[in-house]
Design a protein around this ligand. Sequence first.
Ligand code: SF4
Length: 330
Amino acid sequence: MNPFSYERASDSSAAVRAVSAHGAKFLGGGTNLVDLMRDGVENPTRLIDVNHLHLDEVTRLPNGGVRVGASVRNSDLANHEIIRAHYPLLSQALLNGASPQLRNMATTAGNLMQRTRCYYFMDTAFPACNKREPGSGCAAIQGFNRIHAILGASDSCIATNPSDMNVALAALEATVHVEGPSGKRAIPIADFHLLPGSTPHIETSLKPDELITAVELPAPKFAKHSYYLKVRDRQSYAFALVSVAAGLELEGNTIKSAGLALGGVALKPWRSLEAEKSLKGAAPTAEAFTKAAKLALDGAKPQKDNAFKIELAKQSIVHALTLAAKGAQA
Ligand code: SF4
């Protein structure tokens, strides 16, 4: 591991000032960053500890929504009574991530910023990785790419976003609040994570000197009918091959609105507006769910080792929507 200095920020303005130094990075739970530092993938020269900024509360908002502080631990968020009662989709997604020990340390902001688990990105013995070393190539395109993207990939990078939480946040239409040298701003979750294009090393719309302060959820719509389905090689402590965050707002036997996002298929949580639109006004039937699944996978392009993901994703969508309609709990 490269040598680095450590500094504990006392408030968000001080944190923003401190991170503007060359080579500085924020340190939250450290569950991803420290691993990457040990492996030589990340080499910050200065760590700004942002665990003591009093950003660790979950609060109800006058508009019926909820504000989640950036430092709220994943375990605390998953088990918070407001989240369990009104946003079970988020609670389920969080509990499907990592292990209990990791969830106890990992923060909301850190989870948003998780980096891909592409084997070639994680192992510096492979020189070709445009995300780690821009312009070096992509070892995964010709290599073993069973876990890689089927949607939104590019000739530069075919990695996926590893987070479960992010998939639920996409279906719930969350907003990310950030603070930087020129003030505060809010970024819709749909615009927060970026597709790789020709610049896969730029992963989010967050600027290097901006600090995530909170995530805001709109008033709940899917509390009674939502389901997070994760398909993976092992039942625990494994990343999704495919995951589905499904939420339905039902009025009698009619879908008033729907939220549908996929994980494990793209470099950002893949929300399908077309699928959501097709569900709106329909009855919650297998036929409507199958049509939505087909629309969500429209344009999917497999790599040589992961064609199975397309059918797996379609079937997972139908299954998750069916369970959501029944009001099942994951
Ligand atoms: Fe790097 Fe992306 Fe290629 Fe993986 S898929 S080797 S992260 S450029």
